[in-house]
Ligand binder design. Structure first.
Ligand code: FE2
Length: 162
């Protein structure tokens, strides 16, 4: 699958999970399950971007946008790490989830309205298909291994771009 289509599809999936979280009301178990699924999805998504997509598209016109993107990932990972140490009984739990949702919404908007458009001009459909294929494989392996558990170890600094 085209790398950009894959990332956009994953963006829609995580938005749907955040909507379900908002509707979970006071159901603590459901909130915990959804928070874990959101964290797993975001962790695996960030990893395939950082390890495969971003380095593949790190060229002149995208460099600054990608530097910003990995800093946004870092901010999101720090909030995810906080959430993993909390439970719905904590007064700040929902607030942290809302902040995470807002960070992700902003990041997704920048990627889709800006970065992806630039990338489409720089790369061929074939190149995007090759990277997309690798990303799909890596994501499906990661998502089975509770990738959220790796997030607290990734909160010191932004992922390298090359
Ligand atoms: Fe991203």
């Amino acid at each position: 699958m085209d790398a950009i289509k894959l990332l956009e599809q994953q963006h829609r999936e995580v938005e749907e999970l955040f909507e379900q979280f908002e509707k979970a009301g006071e159901n603590d178990q459901l909130m915990m399950d959804l928070a874990a699924r959101i964290a797993d999805n975001l962790a695996a998504h960030a990893t395939i971007e950082e390890k495969l997509f971003y380095p593949s598209v790190y060229v002149g016109p995208t460099a600054e946008k990608l530097q910003e993107a990995v800093e946004e990932h870092l901010s999101a990972k720090r909030v995810i790490a906080d959430i993993l140490g909390m439970s719905p009984a904590d007064a700040q739990f929902k607030a942290k989830m809302k902040v995470l949702q807002e960070l992700i919404e902003h990041h997704v908007e920048e990627e889709e309205k800006d970065l992806f458009k630039t990338v489409k001009k720089l790369m061929t459909k074939e190149e995007l298909a090759v990277i997309g294929e690798q990303m799909e494989v890596m994501f499906s392996e990661l998502i089975q291994s509770q990738p959220r558990l790796q997030v607290p170890a990734e909160t010191d600094e932004a992922a390298p771009l090359q």
